[in-house]
Design a binder for this molecule. Structure first.
Ligand code: PLP
Length: 287
């Protein structure tokens, strides 16, 4: 079965899917995106992801490519055509194709929209959950609008590559005063010695993860206390558990930071009980 992508109104073979050479996403990273998980034939937290897409578009004064109902139809169609029942879809919108110029293109230039989908192997995620991952910390070097989910991800790409070359799987950005910001593609949480779940406020400085928001609902259901406050590297290293949240990984335990073990160096029980409850609580939209 060949993969199918959606590009500006057409379903095309993935291998032939392309945008214009002067697309502003390609030339200026002038675009936004969303990644959403699909589990057992259900799209997870679609409404929250599409709400965030609307926010990203409006923060950048970018036109929406189509209305919510049409977009939902196309997303489902891409998932169906790719027979995804466990996997993700990736959606990207740019300010369109126009002769290269930093100024916004002429009013009415149609935005570019692409949607791709792929299946993922639940066994790969299960291995990550069982073993946990190793991370490195790096100085924050991103712009101050990381609350917008733009495709300008070069610092994130470099951070992940540096982690890989250091024998780790991911990286966490730390600001100048030692405060933990977020992972290169996820939000960071700690479980304190008192059993409190702590994550930094998401009003600025980080992307407000959809998984992070839903996890707050999950914690309520489990009777866990969530505290939104800043914490530093020292506190993170002394935590009982540290984990990442993201749509693709849900809740991934971190067992080593800069070559130092977190607690006993094994995944903890809080992150695993959160994972067990997550899909019951999250919004599910049938494909
Ligand atoms: N922070 C960054 C920088 C990300 O790239 C992502 C996801 O891609 C997240 C946090 C987690 O967001 P979500 O839970 O919506 O996937």
């Amino acid at each position: 079965m060949s993969r199918i992508a959606y590009v500006n109104g057409q379903y095309v073979r993935h291998s032939e899917a392309a945008v214009h050479v002067e697309d502003r996403g390609f030339q200026f990273a002038d675009g936004v995106y969303e990644v959403c998980e699909v589990r057992h034939g259900m799209i997870v937290d679609l409404t929250r992801h599409l709400n965030r897409l609307d926010r990203s578009l409006s923060e950048l004064r970018m036109a929406a490519p189509m209305g919510r109902a049409a977009l939902t139809f196309v997303i489902r169609e891409v998932l169906r055509r790719n027979r995804v029942s466990n996997g993700i879809f990736y959606l990207q919108v740019t300010r369109g194709a126009a002769r290269r110029d930093h100024f916004f293109p002429a009013e009415g230039t149609p935005p570019t929209i692409t949607i791709t989908a792929k299946s993922t192997d639940p066994a790969v995620a299960a291995k990550k959950y069982a073993n946990g991952i190793k991370v490195i910390t790096l100085p924050e070097n991103r712009w101050d609008r990381v609350d917008i989910k733009t495709v300008g991800l070069l610092p994130n790409v470099l951070a992940k590559q540096q982690a890989k070359e250091a024998g780790a799987q991911d990286a966490i950005f730390i600001d100048r005063s030692g405060i933990v910001m977020e992972g290169a593609s996820s939000n960071v949480w700690i479980v304190t010695r008192d059993g409190e779940l702590v994550t930094r406020p998401a009003e600025h400085g980080i992307l407000k993860g959809i998984t992070r928001t839903t996890l707050i609902d999950v914690a309520k259901k489990l009777g866990l206390t969530v505290v939104e406050r800043e914490f530093g590297t020292e506190e993170m290293l002394a935590a009982r558990e540290v984990f990442f949240t993201s749509a693709t990984g849900i809740c991934v335990p971190i067992v080593e930071i800069d070559n130092k073990p977190v607690a006993n160096g094994h995944p903890g029980t809080v992150s695993s009980s959160i994972r067990d409850t997550f899909f019951d609580v999250a919004e599910k939209t049938a494909i």
